[in-house]
Ligand binder design. Structure first.
Ligand SMILES: Cc1ncc(COP(=O)(O)O)c(C=O)c1O
Length: 385
């Protein structure tokens, strides 16, 4: 969806930043998403997935909301430690880690790790007296566009035999976890996978293996991009139904990333070049897929945009990023105003997997980040295409 708004109303964005491109982080939006998910999942301990956006202001906001953190590397642990977060509030969920990574994470004081195969389990043997482990299982949500269960996760039918091996190894594997895929359209797979894990915990008890005391339902909670707004209370209803069946003594955890970070940031760009070519007008922005918009390529994402211009004449047009690479294209539109130099384009819901994967390609720096209150587009200010 594209909103067109008068060029002069771009001042509500430009007054917030020093330069373009900039990402504007709003801590109130972040806090609002955190508490909406907490309310939708009563009794579930949330671990924010740092990988989705490691901006220090965002981490601080989660910390102040008494949150926990899901980390994937020593560098992420260090960032949190610098904010004063205790390692006891972190879990290390990367299913495949180098031995050095494990050594560093243990040295920091992290005690929860994840494995999905026996070779990874062997790496943890030296630390078996200080750590606990969750076994990651593979459940794929057919309605999640970003799959995370081909690369990671043991097949559920193998779970019991893996847990038996773990039991003999002396490592305390007392948790189960999964990630059904990012930006899921429904929580049906979360709910089915949680049910499976509850059943598995009963079998574990019958086999007299180390009891399962934690089940981590991962991420995958959706952010609102182009479609209907997401109501987290409604989205999480299938999970809540199963939560009522969780036996006493099993703690439920989740690792939300995108749902917290995406709506918390908007990206403010400027038109820095334009050219009329055979396929229409090309507008070159100062951020592209090598900057904060890699999600277009990696995840097939499209973002809500507001274009601030006084131009009236329309044409087919192409938006592109600032690098020399032809893959750095942001969208083709059959009819949009012919933008002027320095017109402003704002992309909304730009906090997830944007800054986190931005590069320095062509020597072009990623967007600056500022913490401000996000302006609202007043009703009637613009026109939607
Ligand atoms: C292990 C793990 N946990 C949590 C997340 C966050 O997922 P999402 O952003 O879909 O909530 C990811 C995303 O890659 C992940 O790999």
């Amino acid at each position: 969806m594209i909103d067109i708004a008068p060029r002069e109303s771009a001042s509500s964005w430009l007054s917030l930043i020093e330069t373009t491109p900039s990402l504007v982080f709003d801590s109130d939006v972040c806090r609002g998403q955190w508490s909406a998910l907490r309310n939708a999942l009563p009794g579930v301990e949330l671990y924010y997935a740092v990988k989705s956006n490691p901006y220090s202001g965002l981490l601080q906001t989660i910390f102040e909301a008494n949150g926990h953190f899901d980390v994937a590397s020593a560098a992420e642990i260090r960032m949190l430690e610098q904010l004063g977060v205790s390692p006891s509030r972190m879990i290390h969920t990367h299913p495949i880690k180098t031995e050095l990574e494990i050594e560093k994470a243990v040295a920091f004081g992290v005690t929860t790790f994840v494995v999905d195969n026996v070779d990874e389990l062997w790496k943890l043997i030296p630390y078996r007296h200080f750590i606990r482990v969750m076994l990651r299982l593979s459940f794929i949500a057919p309605d999640a566009p970003i799959d995370l269960s081909k690369k990671f996760g043991a097949p559920p039918p193998d779970a019991l035999s893996l847990l038996a091996v773990a039991n003999d190894s002396g490592i305390r594997v007392d948790g189960l976890c999964f990630h059904v895929g990012s930006q899921a359209a429904s929580a049906n797979t979360h709910a089915d996978a949680l049910s499976f894990c509850i059943g598995l915990s009963r079998q574990v008890q019958l086999e007299e293996l180390t009891p399962i005391v934690r089940i981590d339902i991962g991420g995958g909670f959706p952010a609102h991009y182009l479609g209907e707004p997401v109501d987290l209370e409604t989205f999480c209803a299938p999970i809540r139904n199963v939560l009522s069946e969780v036996p006493k003594g099993i703690e439920i955890m989740a690792e939300p990333g995108r749902v917290i970070s995406a709506p918390s940031m908007a990206l403010v760009c400027r038109v820095v070049g334009r050219a009329k070519r055979s396929d229409g007008w090309w507008f070159y922005l100062d951020d592209g897929v090598y900057g904060a918009q890699s999600g277009r390529l990696f995840d097939g994402m499209q973002y809500r945009m507001t274009v601030y211009t006084s131009a009236k004449e329309r044409s087919p047009c192409v938006f592109a990023g600032p690098t020399c690479d032809s893959i750095d294209e942001l969208g083709r539109f059959p009819e949009l105003p012919i933008l002027n130099m320095n017109d402003v384009v704002v992309f909304h819901e730009m906090g997830a997997y944007t800054l986190a994967s931005a590069t320095q390609f062509n020597g072009i720096s990623p967007p600056q980040v500022v913490t401000r209150v996000l302006p609202c587009l007043l009703p009637g200010v613009g026109q939607s295409l």
